[in-house]
Design a protein around this ligand. Structure first.
Ligand code: GRF
Length: 206
């Protein structure tokens, strides 16, 4: 399952990795299928992409719930209804809470547009640029109860150019990020994985 908040180009890359006639992950050489797409807001391209691909969608908005905890529980419930093996947060701009992690911990993958542990949070691209870093990139990691602190699965490096602004740099990061995310999700699905402390071992189940 994939969670989105925006343009959904990472989602699209995952959709494109699964041949249209092979939506059943068991028959797909890619190894995964997308059972549903969830969002925290309406009217975003990410949801349209899912609908165009014929994938079930749901929206769970914080403002429709009394408290953040109630929202988190509702998100967990909506997610559970689709029985996903893996949940991919692909540009989902919300921190999931206790209930969600209690149910899906160790199965939630996030992609972040910086080389963690540098520049966590909502402005990873802007912060790397402002800091004057010479390289940045993207990190695909498992989600834990911190902000962008979970065990790292893979990273991709992008050079920062003198003439970069946030938009140009983010675009180059996203090119690397999409390829990396597709590669990582496929490997996790096909080979299985084991998380040991901060280390993620893909294809080693014992
Ligand atoms: C990605 O760079 C992701 O890491 C960040 O927001 C962007 C989402 O892009 N949090 P998209 O919605 O997949 O196009």
């Amino acid at each position: 399952m994939v969670l989105v908040s925006g343009s959904g180009t990472n989602l699209q890359a995952l959709l494109d990795a699964i041949p249209a006639d092979r939506q059943d992950g068991r028959d797909s050489p890619y190894g995964a299928e997308i059972v549903a797409v969830g969002a925290d807001r309406t009217g975003i391209a990410g949801l349209e992409r899912a609908e165009l691909a014929g994938i079930p969608t749901f929206v769970c908005r914080v403002k429709d719930h009394g408290t953040r905890e109630e929202w988190d529980a509702a998100l967990a419930e909506a997610t559970a209804a689709h029985e996903p093996d893996l949940i991919v947060s692909a540009g989902f701009m919300k921190i999931v809470g206790k209930e969600f992690l209690a149910r899906f911990g160790g199965r939630v993958v996030n992609t972040h547009p910086a080389l963690l542990p540098s520049f966590p949070g909502a402005h990873g691209v802007r912060d790397a640029l402002a800091y004057g870093a010479k390289v940045t990139g993207c990190t695909v990691h498992f989600v834990d109860d911190g902000v962008d602190t979970g065990p790292i699965i893979a990273q991709g490096v992008v050079e920062i150019r003198d003439e970069d602004d946030e938009a140009a740099l983010h675009e180059r990061i996203k090119e690397v990020e999409r390829t990396l995310l597709v590669e990582v999700v496929g490997r996790l699905a096909r080979n299985g994985y084991r998380i040991e402390g901060r280390k993620v071992h893909v294809g080693e189940l014992r």
